[in-house]
Design a binder for this molecule. Sequence first.
Ligand code: PLP
Length: 710
Amino acid sequence: MGETRNLLERLRRLARNLYWTWNQEALEIFRELSPRGWQDLYHNAVAVLEDISEYELFVRLEDPFFAGRVRRVLNDFDAYMNRRETWGSHHAPELLERPVAYFSAEYGFHETLPIAAGGLGILAGDHARSASDLGLGLVGVSLFYREGYFHQAINRENWQTEYFVPLNPATLPLDPVVDGEGNRVVGEVEIGLGRVRFHAWRVNVGRCPVYLLDTNRPENEPLFRELTLHVYGGDSSTRIMQEVLLGIGGVRLLRALGITPSIYHMNEGHAAFLALELIREEVAAGRPFGEALERTKGRCVFTTHTPVEAGHDFFGTGLVKYALGQIQPQVLPDFGQFMGLGRVDPSDDGEPFCMTVLALKTSRAANAVSELHGRVSRRMWHRLYPEGTEEEVPIGHITNGIHLVGWMKGTVRSFWRHKLGDGWHRDVHSPEFWQRVLDPEFISDEEIWALRYRLRRALVEFVRRRSLFERLRASESGFYERLLDPDVLTIGFARRFAVYKRAPLVFEDYDTIVKLATDPRRPIQFIFSGKAHPADDEGKRRIQKIIHLAKYSELKGRIVFIENYDVHIARQMTSGCDVWMNTPRRPLEASGTSGQKIVANGGLNLSILDGWWREGYDGTNGFAIGEDDHPDSVMEQDRQDNAGLLRVLGEEVVSSFYDRDERGIPRDWIGRIRRSMATLLPRYTTWRMVQEYTRKYYLPGRAPAGGDSE
Ligand SMILES: *Cc1c(COP(=O)(O)O)cnc(C)c1O
C-alpha cells in the first residue's frame, strides 16, 4: 500500500516533467492508463492522471507487471535527473553554478502547451531539451500566454478564421513558482504609467527549468492583466509592453529566485530589453553609463533569426517614451541618447527604435542560424559597423537543429528499441550510430520499407480521421475512405503560410502538376498544413487556394489541408510523409528545421538550397531544387524555381520512389534514406547546436572542441 502510494506520487511528478515527451516508455505508461483519455485530452499526462480515480490508479499499480514497468521508467527518470557525470559537468561546470538564462518570447514544447507561434519557439524548446540532456546549466525565461497562440478553423468560404482556447494551469505541467514558505513569488515592472505585478510558472524540461511570467493578477488593471493573454497579442503597444515584461521582468524574477546567470542569451530581438535592466542595475550600483553598458555586453549574447524585415520589431519614439517612461531615466537620463541604443544612426530622430539594433549594441557576440543567413545578416547590418568590411561585421552563425529523439515518432523509437535494446538512445548522437544505417547487414531494405509503410499508413489514417472531423464540423459530407492512399508517394508541406515560403509554388504550372500527380502508375499526393498570420490576407489567400484545389480540382482526393497546425500535426506529418517539400524564396529561410525532423523518421527532403539544406545536401541524401544561387528578380526566381521543382519531381523523385525491383523494393529510394540519415542526423540536432553555443558563445575559448557524447 505504502509502496503503491509512493509509486503514484513519483508518477505524478513525472507527469509534471516534460522528460516523458522524449521518453517512449514513459509516454506509453500514460497512454496505457487511459487510451481514449490520452486521445481526448490531447496527450496531456497531468490531465490523464487527474481523470482517473485514485482507486483505479491504485488497482492498476498493484498489477506486478505494470508496476514493474512503471518502476523502471521512474528509476530511469531519477537516474537522468540525478546524473552527475554529463557533458556539461565536464565542459561547462561553471554554468551549473551560474547558468545561461535563455530568454525567448515563445517556447514550443508540446501540443498541450501551445505558447509558440512557430519555428522560433520550437527551436527554443528543443534548445532547452538538449541543454537538459547535456547536463548544461540553463534556465529559460518566457511568458505564460493564458490563451496561447490562435487556433485556426477554416470557414465555409475556405478562409482562415482564428479563435482562442483558454489554458488551465491546474491541468498542465506548470508548477507555481513559490518561495521557501510556499507563497507565490510576485515581481513588479514599471510599464507605461503603471506598475504591473506578475507571478510565474515553472515548466520542468528535464533538468532545466523554464519560467513563464504571468500578469493575470487581480490587483493589476484589466489592460495589464490581459498583457500575457496571447502570443504576440494585439498591436505594437501590447507588443512593446510584453517585451518590457519579458526582458525586465524576466531579469527581476531570476533575481528574486536567487539565480545569478553568467550569460544572458537573447533568442531574437524580442528579449533585448533584458539588457536595459542589467544596465539599470549597474547604474544603480553607481557605475557610469559607459561602464554599465560594457559590463552588460560582457554577459549578453544574441541570436538573430530572420532576414525578413517584418520579423524585426520597430517601435516609434512616442511608444518607447510611453512604455519605458519610468525605466528609461534610470538607464540613461537623456531620452535622445536612449533612443540611440535602438537606432542604426543615433542622431537620426526619425529612425524608429529597433529591438535587433538594441540587441546587437548590448551583446558581446551575435549569431545567425545558418551559414547563408550569417552572410545575409552581415550585409543587412553592415551599416551598424561602417568602419569595417561586410565580412568583418561581428555576426557569426550556428546552424539550427532539432531535439532528435523528441522528434522521432513512437514507431521509430520502438523500431530502434527492438533493434538495439533499452539503452538504444544513449549513442543516438554519435556518427557511428548512423553510419551503421548504411549497412544492409545491420538493417535490410525490407525493414526500412516496412517501417516507412507503417509511418505512411499511420499518417493517412490520421488525416482521414481529422478530415472527417473537420467536415462534420463544417456540416459537409465527406468521403472518408477515398481520401489519400497509403501506397502513394506522399509529399508534405507544413509551416507558417508566410508569403516568402511560397506554399502553392508546386501548383503554379497547373497542367504539368496534374499530369504528374494523376499518372495512374506513379501518382503523387500532397498534405498541407500551416497558419497564416491573422493580419496576412495574402497568406490566407494561399491557404484558400490550396483548399480549393483539394475540393474542386482534378487533384481532389490527392491534396489535403489539415487545419490548425501544431506540434502534434508536425509530428504526424514529419514522420509519415515520404518527401518534405520546402520552397522558400532564397535567401529568406534563415534555417528551417522541419526538414530535419523528417530525416529522423526516414523521409527525404526536396528543397531550395536555402538555410540548413544548403549545408546539408550533398547530392545523394535527398533532392535539391535549383542551384546555390538565385536571380535578383523575384518573378524570375519564382519562375525558375517552379520549373526546377517540377523537373526534379518528375525526373528524380517519382522514378526513385516507384522504380521497384523484382521483390517490389525501391532500392534507390531506400539508398537515399540511408544516406540521408547517415549524413544529416549526426549534425542537425540541438545536441550539436547547444554544444556549439557553449563553445563559441557561452564560454568562448573555454570549452574544448569535439562532439563527444556523455
Ligand atoms: C518544426 C516546426 C516549425 C518550424 O518549421 P520550419 O521548417 O522552420 O518552418 C514550426 N511549427 C511547428 C509546429 C514545428 O514543429
